[in-house]
Write a protein that binds this ligand. Structure first.
Ligand code: ZN
Ligand code: ZN
Length: 365
């Protein structure tokens, strides 16, 4: 009986242990509050102690109500790394103490779409982008990750937390977008947007051996960074130059062989198909806050292939290998570092692009 009581008290303490977490309250409001530490809810779950997390522009989209499926009251954060604290009995590939990067998408691995690698469209109720959107995410001290065997990637000893931080989201997005764009050796690739995801996309486009990579952005600073880091050969600022004309000059009047639209600005979709050569692939990676127009009469005969690239983050293992081999290096993206208790200041800086911010590395524990 005494033991029973002790267990009950311990259980009670366990369920009432709290942690700091950044929570999406409702349209326009995010707060840092105390929330209960999550517990395993399914044999395929793992509990991760978050060590390093970050803020993504999708968090800002959630804040603005531009992600209709986001559930108010959810802890934000879908881009983070940590240490496995606990695993459900069905988790086979991971054990307590493993350092892991967490995939933005949770997926069952068994449904029609998962079996084809389209994990973003996993038909399980927790499939797709759930973490930090529909279920509690990783801007917190602990997080429950469903389908842990599919959603975690081991971080090799040689790879730091910072180097692995973007594996599951913006690097996956860039990697997926670049793979959709059908880039061939010596091609001219144009990437619209040199923000965090744009920089990752430039980096991943390089893996295909293009002849020329062109970065387009309205921020000279970001463009300069892309050039300095060797991610872009040519940079174009639409506020200062006519992008279509510049790209024609660079391609004997043809246009770009592949275009990746990562900016999601007011007229960047239009720019994307305008600068593409006939028969090019135009891959839309961006998440728009407004509907976009496809004026078919204006592009008649151009015979473009449009693809949309809402990430299928099914290549984290390959990405981790490329990080380890030094082929993907996102260290230039981390301009700011802080701790979880200061995440609200970080949100302000990140959302309002203050202080030349590109990405935060937010230390949790
Ligand atoms: Zn994201
Ligand atoms: Zn599935």
């Amino acid at each position: 009986m005494q033991n029973y009581m002790y267990d009950r008290i311990k259980q009670h303490q366990a369920t009432t242990r709290t942690m700091k977490a950044a929570v999406y309250k409702e349209n326009g409001i995010i707060t840092l509050e105390h929330r209960p530490v999550p517990a395993l809810a399914d044999p395929q779950d793992a509990i991760i102690r978050v060590t390093l997390t970050t803020i993504c522009s999708s968090d800002i989209h959630i804040k603005h109500g531009a992600v209709p499926r986001a559930v108010p009251g959810t802890i934000l954060g879908h881009e983070f790394v940590g240490i496995v604290e606990q695993t459900g009995e069905a988790v086979k590939k991971f054990k307590q103490g493993d350092r892991v990067a967490v995939n933005v998408e949770t997926f069952c691995g068994e449904c029609y779409f998962c079996r084809r690698g389209y994990v973003n469209n996993c038909t399980h109720e927790h499939g797709g982008w759930a973490l930090g959107c529909r279920i509690d995410g990783g801007q917190a001290e602990y997080v429950r990750v469903p389908f842990a065997d599919n959603g975690l990637t081991k971080i090799p000893d040689e790879v730091t937390d910072e180097a692995a931080l973007f594996t599951g989201d913006i690097l996956s997005t860039g990697y997926w977008g670049a793979s959709l764009a059908e880039i061939k050796p010596a091609d001219t690739v144009a990437v619209i947007g040199a923000g965090p995801t744009g920089l990752c996309t430039l980096m991943c486009a390089r893996l295909y051996g293009p002849g020329m990579v062109i970065a387009i952005d309205t921020s000279d600073e970001r463009l300069e960074l892309a050039k300095e880091q060797g991610l872009a050969d040519v940079i174009i600022n639409p506020l200062k130059q006519d992008v279509e004309q510049e790209i024609k000059k660079l391609t004997l009047g043809r246009g770009a062989d592949a275009v990746l639209e990562v900016a999601g600005g007011r007229d960047t979709f239009r720019m994307a198909w305008k600068i593409a050569r006939p028969n090019a692939v135009v891959c839309v990676v961006a998440l728009y806050e407004e509907p976009q127009m496809i004026p078919l009469p204006d592009m008649y005969g151009k015979n473009l292939v449009f693809k949309t690239g809402g990430v299928d983050a099914s290549c984290c293992e390959e990405i981790m290998k490329l990080i380890k081999a030094g082929k993907l290096d996102t260290s230039c993206l981390i301009t700011h570092r802080t701790k979880l208790e200061h995440i609200m200041e970080a949100y302000d800086v990140f959302e309002n692009k203050k202080d030349h911010v590109i990405k935060y590395a937010i230390e949790v524990s």
